[in-house]
Design a protein around this ligand. Sequence first.
Ligand SMILES: Cc1ncc(COP(=O)(O)O)c(C=O)c1O
Length: 429
Amino acid sequence: MRQPLCLLSKEAISELYNQKYSEYEQLFSEHLSLNMARGKPSPEQLDLSEDILTSVITNQDCFSRDNVDCRNYGEFYGLKELRELFSQIINVPSENIIIGGNSSLTLMYDTVSRAMLRGVANSPRPWGKEKTVKMICPVPGYDRHYTICESLGIEMIPVPLTGNGPDMDMVESIVSNDDSVKGIWIIPVYSNPTGDIYSEEVMKRLASMDAKAKDFTIICDDAYPFHTLNGTFIEPINLFSLCEEAGHPDRPIIFASTSKISFAAGGVSCIAMSDNNLKIALPALQAQFICMDKVNQLRHAKVFPDIEHIKKRMIQHCDLLRPKFDLVENGLSEYLSGFSVAQWNHPEGGYFITLKVTKNTAKRVVELCKKAGLVLTSAGAGFPFSIDPDDTYIRLAPSFPSTEELRTATKLLSVCIILASCEYYLKEE
Ligand SMILES: Cc1ncc(COP(=O)(O)O)c(C=O)c1O
């Protein structure tokens, strides 16, 4: 067992630095081209959904259960079978669900911009007419949520995640005192990137807390409900009914998609909301589209007639993903053992490993990796405006690269983590 790096003498750190630098130079000379930046499914995962490509829809066979011709306009809300499928995925009555296009993110952007333009249920006026609009962002979180806020001029309040959701004492204190806080982003299951699974207590508190803004909205991005990495599925917590029971039926707006079940950006998405919110959203949505792509909806309905088919597919994804996650986690343990320069989580699901390196070194680690041919998500991406106050978090996405690439990437990453820490301690007075 080595001594933690911070306890070594400067001479010993220097020696370690030189040794690791020659390993770095060796890897550098290999002209690597590796990428662990985004949570993309691998080609093998995409191959699992070949049945969507081969469930050929012919002129004779392009009709829904209700005999809707999927080639034609109609069915603004989406095919009933898809609404029922998503009802089982997100636990919302199918009448409150509208099927979208290939991207739930589009629906999220549209929802928040609609709130700015028209408000949501219980809004005294459109959010955009308020002097200031703020949203709570559990951190580290999903960078694209922040981009939506940034692009619409919404201020962001970071609140730390605890392992089972955000620090609810903080959330409650913020929302009860400030009526410009209009909402919170949540990813309740296998949160991107920390893997947090929101506990029942957290979900109940979110549903029932007193908010000064009467139109306080939970933007619930349920992107990973069945995305297990351990072969078991977690018991879903029904946010929609928790909010109803707590007397806040209009509080949640829920999103999901099959992007990481079937094809990324080639799947089907949905949005779900209360009747009151539907009344506000429908005129805007009906101005935007006549109906979404029912041909793709029908393909999905054929391949996933019910939730059991989704679960079966998710176990196949798990079988492909788990070995990759294990490889990275074991590699980090092997290469970094005894140095006390990093910690990482062991996610039970989702697409990411969250790595915490020595304070003030995350950016440097990402830079060193990039120079040697490994692209990582930029440091700070899990924070509003990409500002990680401690410069310590790095998000790893092991899904796309091959196992061989991951082996090299983990080695290079570990070398860079040690180098950046050495540099940091050598600079310290
Ligand atoms: C938390 C989260 N939400 C949404 C998305 C994007 O979903 P979609 O493909 O449905 O737009 C992702 C993709 O990585 C994600 O991680």
